[in-house]
Each structure stands twice: as C-alpha cells, then as structure tokens.
Design a protein around this ligand. Structure first.
Ligand code: CDP
Length: 203
C-alpha cells in the first residue's frame, strides 16, 4: 500500500505520515529532507540556490548530510523552497522517491507533490492543511527564540513560492482527502488520518 501525504509547512503532515507508517508497519520517507539537503549543500558550496545549475550540481546527497541537525531549521526550509523550484533538481530527486514509493509492500511518503507527481497511483492520498496562524504558532512552540511575526512571514513566503511555482506546485490532488488540523490535537489528527485511509482502501 502506498500512502501519499502532502501539505504546507507545519500542517502536521510529517507527524501524521510517521504515525501512519508506524500504524501500518510501512517505511516512511520525508521527501522535504531531500530538498533541504540540496538547499544546504548548495549554500555550503557557495552556490546560489536561485540558480538552477548551482542547485542541480548539489543533488548527490550523502547519508551523513541527511542526519545533519542544521537541515531541521527554518533557514534550511527556506533554502529547500528555493532549490525545489528548479525542474532539474526535481528531476534529479524523482527516481529515488518513486523507487521508495514502489518498493515491495509499499510505503508512506510526505511532501508537496507525492499525490500529484511522485505517486499519482497511491492507494490513499491525504492533503493536510491548517490555518497559517496555527502553523506559525506550532513552529513558534518548537523554537521560542524566534519571533512569531518572522515565522509567520517565512511560512507565508514559503506557501506562496511552493504553490505558485510552475514545477510540481503544492496543490491537493483531485482524489486526495482533505484534513484540516487547525483545531485538532496531533492524536486526533492521526486518528482521523487513519480513518480516511481505511475508508479509501475499503472502496
Ligand atoms: O516540514 P516543512 O513542511 O516545513 O518543510 P519540508 O517538508 O521539509 O519541505 C521544505 C521545502 O522543500 C518545501 O517548502 C518545498 O519547497 C520543498 N519540497 C518540495 O518542493 N517537494 C517535496 N516533495 C517536499 C518538499
């Protein structure tokens, strides 16, 4: 079974995808981490993340980089959002993601274009959202040193870049179930996500 989980920053998609993977005993891929790695590698090499050739030259990701804590910060998220606009970067990361999705037994992947591009044939697709205010508050709770207004501005800028780009923009697949987690605890959101997947696979 392939489960595709898409949605904007801090919508809850990562936590939901991990919980679904544990529930169904499936491997999980956080595809955002791949774009974060390319973004950070491009910046570290002195390249310009807005230049397709610079970013495309940094798509050979090594395992050590994927565990670097720097990948988790908001600066890496912003770099990821810049390099992920380039078709050459998306193409370089495509086969790895699709192979992961199609492995024997299935998988759970989360990102922006899983249900639309990477695994359009997924058995269940969830599109996770939450209001921008709630999403900024969640990120603020994770990093209380950062200014709330700056976090909200970063999230809105990233939403705009991710949704308005021409290469695999962030959008809900036609056959995806929408889950708005604005007023939900993570436990409630996970329960709802499992119920949606169950309903899909029974159809
Ligand atoms: O966890 P959060 O939602 O903040 O970010 P992420 O999932 O790690 O993704 C970081 C950035 O990578 C996003 O803002 C997108 O620009 C890009 N991305 C993408 O284009 N396609 C994906 N499948 C996953 C991430």
């Amino acid at each position: 079974m392939i489960i595709a989980v898409d949605g904007p920053a801090a919508s809850g998609k990562g936590s939901i995808a991990r919980a679904l993977a544990a529930h169904y005993g499936l491997p999980h891929l956080d595809t955002g981490l791949l774009y974060r790695a390319v973004g950070v590698a491009t910046a570290r090499s002195g390249g310009d993340p807005d230049q397709e050739a610079d970013a495309a030259a940094c798509c050979c990701i090594d395992d050590a980089l994927l565990t670097d804590p720097e990948l988790r910060n908001e600066a890496a998220g912003a770099l990821a959002s810049r390099v992920s606009q380039h078709p050459a970067v998306r193409a370089a990361l495509f086969a790895y993601q699709q192979d992961f999705a199609r492995q024997k037994g299935g998988a759970v992947l989360d990102g922006r274009d899983i249900g639309t591009v990477i695994a359009p044939d997924a058995d269940a697709k969830l599109f996770i959202t939450a209001s921008s205010d709630v999403r900024a508050k969640r990120r603020h709770l994770e990093d209380s040193h950062a200014d709330y207004t700056d976090i909200l501005a970063d999230i809105l800028a990233r939403d705009a870049r991710d949704s308005e780009r021409s290469a695999a923009p962030l959008r809900q697949a036609e056959d995806a179930d929408l889950l708005d987690t604005s007023d939900m605890t993570i436990a409630a959101a996970v329960q709802r996500a499992i119920a949606l997947v169950e309903a899909r696979i029974r159809r």
